[in-house]
Design a binder for this molecule. Structure first.
Ligand code: SME
Length: 312
């Protein structure tokens, strides 16, 4: 597959070689080098000479120097993580359409990301200056995924928002849709995997009504799994169903009662779904990241399961 993510940050950091009184000249050269991207960026953000001067005046050499050091240390890792996150969601983000690329750039810090029309395709630009100032540079791949999702919805600029703040609304919409139950469950799985960078496999297991104490794989998003039937007590899924409580495993290599689906999986969370006080199914999420699940995930996913229980 072509490389969807390109790192252009070093070119921006060249600004540090210029005398501060010449930073406007640097920006002009930068603008010419990245036409039409930067002129388009300026248009979207209504950057005129006054605003440009103001922003460049406010840039501190010390601030940019710190950004440079931090970037140099981890640029490869950041780029790789962004590329992996996006390409592992190829099926949901339509990457094969080849209608956009993601540039990681240094810009004026006016928003976390901007989508501009390039010469050949759209360019979704993530601005490290903006992320650095907010202290969220570490979350670059989350921002990239969110930017691409919002771009796919037709937005051209935005700031990173904690996903859990808006996902409940998206979920409500899916559950209200006029479609059959399994299609709704599939849409929930796809939405969660599309929006959260570390939810790499998302699926439902439902308790077999014929054979009590056995789970059957329901709708899922991610690679196919051989574990289509799981007895209560077996694996992380079976244990969560038996214990009737959320089970978080931050490092699957430390769990002896574990059914492996793929060597890429590093952690897993399983949340039971209750109806009339009984477990009727569960939501299972695998992550390729180690220890990614926080209290917020547990709270959010328990809420998801409560809402999903209404349609089961
Ligand atoms: N790992 C699970 C099996 C199901 S897959 O993750 C899809 C378990 O240990 O129960």
């Amino acid at each position: 597959m072509r490389s969807v993510v390109q790192n252009k940050v070093e070119e921006f950091l060249e600004i540090l070689r210029w005398d501060k009184t010449k930073w406007k000249d640097f920006w002009r050269a930068y603008r010419n080098k990245y036409g039409p991207i930067i002129p388009e960026y300026e248009r979207i953000h209504s950057v005129d000479e006054t605003l440009l001067e103001e922003v460049l005046d406010n840039f501190e050499r010390r601030e940019l120097d710190r950004l440079r050091r931090s970037w140099m240390e981890k640029s490869k890792e950041h780029k790789m993580r962004c590329a992996e996150t996006l390409s592992s969601r190829d099926d949901l983000l339509d990457l094969h359409r080849e209608d956009f690329v993601l540039f990681i750039m240094g810009l004026l810090g006016l928003s976390d990301w901007t989508a501009v029309r390039g010469n050949k395709e759209w360019v979704v630009v993530v601005d490290v200056v903006s992320l650095w100032r907010k202290g969220i540079l570490e979350r670059l791949s989350d921002v990239a995924l969110q930017a691409v999702n919002r771009f796919r919805e037709g937005k051209t600029r935005g700031d990173f928002v904690e996903p859990f703040d808006y996902l409940t609304e998206k979920l409500e919409k899916i559950l209200k849709e006029n479609t059959e139950r399994d299609k709704k469950l599939l849409n929930v799985c796809e939405m969660l995997r599309r929006e959260i960078s570390y939810y790499d496999w998302v699926g439902f297991y439902l308790v077999d009504p014929q054979k009590d104490k056995e789970l059957i794989l329901g709708p899922f998003s991610g690679e196919p799994t051989e574990h289509v039937r799981i007895p209560f007590g077996r694996g992380i899924c079976g244990q969560a169903a038996e214990r009737e409580t959320t089970f978080v495993v931050q490092d699957v290599t430390k769990e002896t009662n574990y059914l492996s689906c793929s060597p890429k999986v590093k952690s897993e969370i399983v949340v039971p779904i209750f109806k009339d006080g009984k477990v009727i199914g569960e939501l299972d999420i695998d992550s390729h990241k180690e220890a990614p699940f926080r209290d917020e995930d547990v709270k959010f996913l328990e809420k998801v399961c409560q809402m999903v229980s209404e349609i089961l």
